[in-house]
Design a protein around this ligand. Structure first.
Ligand SMILES: NC(=O)c1ccc[n+]([C@@H]2O[C@H](COP(=O)([O-])OP(=O)(O)OC[C@H]3O[C@@H](n4cnc5c(N)ncnc54)[C@H](OP(=O)(O)O)[C@@H]3O)[C@@H](O)[C@H]2O)c1
Length: 348
């Protein structure tokens, strides 16, 4: 059997038009017909990300409405691919999907009771990683892991600056960079957030609300600057990154929490021969091999307790719940990951 017995309709939280928080609504949709190359997943939990707010505001384009929000989730397999080519693919076989397998998925529209996702973006969970933790850890964990490996390959002895160090992504950057034997300097807004960042591996935390970040970074690096910067703030911090990076250093523009970085002249790089990247997770886990490689490493780290996923809060599967999650995330008050409780087992 390739598909379990399913209802005809499902609930989803999403948008019918772009705009402010109040465009987020709950609606009923048909349960998706599973495409031949896809896995149909009954969602337990969805992970909340900044990208949800970019879609909601129209910064990132949406092709048709209504569109459920959410780009990651975890749950159980209720429908398998039927395409013979997929079923005979060696990479597909390595995923080990069966009806009932717990998986994490990466794809737009995950705040819904069911989601149909290409098998290449569906990852089996090992024992020891719950669907709750996986929904909280997939995107940010894989982002942190791929970025510290490929955007800038962090080495022992490096000094690395992480903006938004107390955020969902930032706490994972701090842990992974520390594990590699590098020094982590983080920035955040409050002493409470700074304390949590330190518990997650940050060696020095600068309160940018009270201290001069550039001056402190130069003090901590004997005036040389850092080897690399992971900058999830964007517009507000981009200019000053060039004052804190060392010669031949790497600036990784990670996101747009304060707004997108405006257009920029490449000549600016000559002053210190700086490398500048603006990567996305999607392009690091593009092939099935890349996706399996990084998610296997990620879930092993989580299962062994070597990477801790801190859940800030769990929000209900309602329009108000998702609105509140987006308000809290963009309001800058959260420490760690936000998740939406869609329909975990035993919760009927
Ligand atoms: N490129 C990718 O593939 C990828 C993947 C995942 C995430 N991201 C990006 O990574 C960044 C962090 O994501 P996250 O989900 O982990 O969020 P988060 O860091 O948990 O939350 C954002 C944090 O940014 C800080 N911040 C600074 N200026 C801000 C402003 N003007 N408005 C709101 N917040 C501001 C706040 O922390 P403080 O109080 O510490 O300042 C806030 O808590 C985002 O820019 C996101 O788009 C990129």
């Amino acid at each position: 059997m390739s598909t379990a017995q399913l209802p005809a309709k499902m609930q989803a939280i999403g948008i019918n038009k772009t705009g402010d928080f109040d465009v987020i609504e709950k609606f009923e949709l048909p349960v998706p017909q599973n495409a031949p190359g896809n896995v149909l997943v009954k969602v337990h939990y969805g992970g909340v990300n900044f990208i949800d707010t970019y879609y909601r505001k129209g910064l990132y384009a949406i092709s048709s409405f209504p569109q459920p929000l959410g780009t990651e989730a975890a749950g159980e397999v209720v429908g398998l691919p039927t395409d013979e080519k997929v079923l005979n693919d060696e990479e597909y076989k390595l995923r080990g999907f069966k009806l009932g397998t717990n998986v994490a998925v990466y794809g737009l529209g995950s705040f819904a009771e069911y989601v149909s996702v290409p098998w290449t973006k569906t990852y089996s969970l090992p024992d020891g990683v719950s669907t709750r933790t996986a929904a909280a850890g997939l995107t940010q964990g894989a982002t942190a892991l791929t970025f510290v490996t490929e955007a800038y390959n962090v080495q022992k002895g490096d000094i690395i600056l992480v903006h938004t160090v107390a955020g969902g992504l930032g706490l994972l950057f701090a842990q992974l960079i520390k594990r590699r034997g590098a020094t982590v300097i983080g920035t955040t807004s409050t002493p409470e957030k700074a304390e949590i960042a330190k518990q997650n591996g940050a060696d020095h935390v600068i309160l940018y609300t009270k201290e001069d970040t550039v001056q402190r970074v130069l003090e901590l690096t004997n005036g040389e600057g850092v080897h690399a910067i992971f900058d999830g703030v964007g517009k507000d911090t981009f200019e000053s990154d060039f004052k804190m990076i060392r010669r031949k250093g790497t600036i990784v523009s990670v996101g747009n929490a304060s707004g997108a970085v405006p257009p920029f002249p490449p000549l600016k790089l000559v002053e210190k021969n700086v490398r500048l990247l603006r990567p996305t997770l999607g392009n690091y886990v593009y092939t099935p091999e890349e996706g399996r490689h990084y998610t296997t490493e990620l879930f092993n780290l989580i299962a062994k307790g070597d990477l801790k996923i801190r859940i800030h809060a769990e929000y209900p599967f309602t329009a108000e719940g998702v609105q509140q999650a987006q308000k809290d995330l963009t309001g800058g008050k959260t420490v760690g990951k936000l998740i939406v409780k869609v329909a975990p087992p035993g919760d009927a």
